[in-house]
Design a protein around this ligand. Structure first.
Ligand code: NAD
Ligand code: MG
Length: 347
């Protein structure tokens, strides 16, 4: 590294030692702009221009901490309207070719955890198709743009996964546009709290099960015949699969089902060379949480009860999706992987 590059690097690193995340990101942008002016000959994808050394900082204060403001949005919500906006690694995730030449279908890829996974997959070299609901188009457009800026093919496949025919079409369209699917990341989910079981209508129960379990069944079933050996299926369950709170009975049941599905399917698909693993997030700052997953009264201290005293940001879980998708994890299947913030199961 030249003396000039060293001093630029140090300047960027020191920016991260400010307390405000906003200041941090502004500082990175300024640093990146300075670098960009010196690199006009070799045009690089934008995320490479923005690259910065991750901060060496206490993880408890790396991201926003409670209190947060109450912020109801009509379901399914837009993360671009959240305060603070979730960090899905847009300005920070740096790939190193771990998924070069791969083809990923990510449900719930517009926002939150799915968005962070989609961005990371693209920056690791995969072409990526995302599914989301039509109401989420503004969030989805940003993700499509970020995938393209990573130099990868981006495919937008909006539609409601509560419908079996749509699930079949989703897989068919992803195959047609990507040429192949070898990473299938099920991230879409529905969480709606109810104080009492007697408050849950059959329609509400059905909504949760259709989104979290039927869609998992339909999409996986449609994809299996097309998944080549070496493929990876990643499901998204939750800490509540093991530690269900009293206000999330139907959601907890569905997440336990996802964890269980992961284990049986891992056994069934290993002879075909397909691995299946499950990610169990703890509290993450995403639209789902402010759109009815919790009472609004729980939002100000969301994540505050974690040992970290803050919720996770989607950028902090995306690397696990990459690891499980990657051939580096060739001996890894049928397992649940928790990023729950230092408490509970699994891990
Ligand atoms: P999110 O709101 O950003 O993502 C959920 C996504 O699900 C939405 O963006 C939407 O596109 C998709 N979706 C919901 N219903 C759909 C439908 N009928 N058709 C098509 N798409 C639909 O929130 P998130 O927290 O990133 O959620 C991602 C996953 O993580 C979910 O499975 C959720 O249960 C799980 N999870 C989240 C947390 C957390 O604290 N945020 C904790 C544990 C597990
Ligand atoms: Mg969304």
């Amino acid at each position: 590294m030249s003396e000039k590059e060293k001093s630029e690097n140090n300047a960027n690193s020191s920016v991260f030692h400010t307390n405000s995340r906003r200041q941090v990101l502004t500082g990175v942008a300024v640093g990146a702009a300075a670098l960009a002016t010196n690199r006009s000959i070799h045009a690089m994808p934008e995320h490479v221009e923005n690259k910065s050394v991750p901060p060496l900082k206490n993880p408890m204060s790396l991201y926003p901490t409670p209190p947060f403001s109450k912020q109801p949005q009509p379901w399914p919500g837009l993360q671009s309207k959240m305060q603070p906006v979730p960090d899905c690694g847009e300005k920070t995730y740096q790939g190193s070719g771990r998924l070069k030449g791969r083809h990923a279908l990510v449900t719930g890829g517009d926002s939150g955890i799915g968005r962070a996974a989609a961005i990371a997959f693209a920056r690791e070299g995969a072409d990526v198709a995302i599914n989301y609901l039509p109401q989420e188009e503004p969030d989805a457009k940003e993700v499509i743009d970020l995938i393209q800026k990573a130099g990868r093919k981006a495919v937008a496949l909006p539609g409601d996964i509560r419908n079996e025919d749509f699930c079949k079409k989703l897989v068919a369209d992803a195959l047609a546009k990507l040429g192949q699917i070898d990473i299938l990341a099920h991230v879409a989910g529905r969480q709606k709290y109810s104080e009492q079981l007697t408050d849950i209508t059959t329609e509400e129960f059905d909504w949760t099960m259709k989104t979290n379990l039927y869609a998992l069944f339909w999409i996986t079933k449609a994809a299996i015949p097309h998944l080549p050996p070496g493929s990876s299926i990643i499901t998204t369950s939750s800490l509540v699969s093991y530690m269900p709170p009293e206000i999330l009975v139907d959601y907890g049941m569905s997440k336990a089902g996802i964890s269980n599905f992961t284990k049986s399917m891992a056994k069934q698909l290993l002879p075909k060379g397909i691995r299946v693993n499950c990610v169990d997030p703890g509290p993450f700052w995403t639209p789902l949480q402010i759109c009815g997953a919790q009472p609004q009264s729980a939002i100000p201290n969301f994540g505050g009860e974690s040992p970290f005293k803050r919720p996770g940001q989607p950028a902090e879980i995306a690397p696990l999706y990459v690891t499980l998708a990657s051939t580096e994890s060739s001996y890894v299947t049928g397992q649940s992987w928790g990023i729950v913030g230092g408490t509970g199961q699994p891990g």
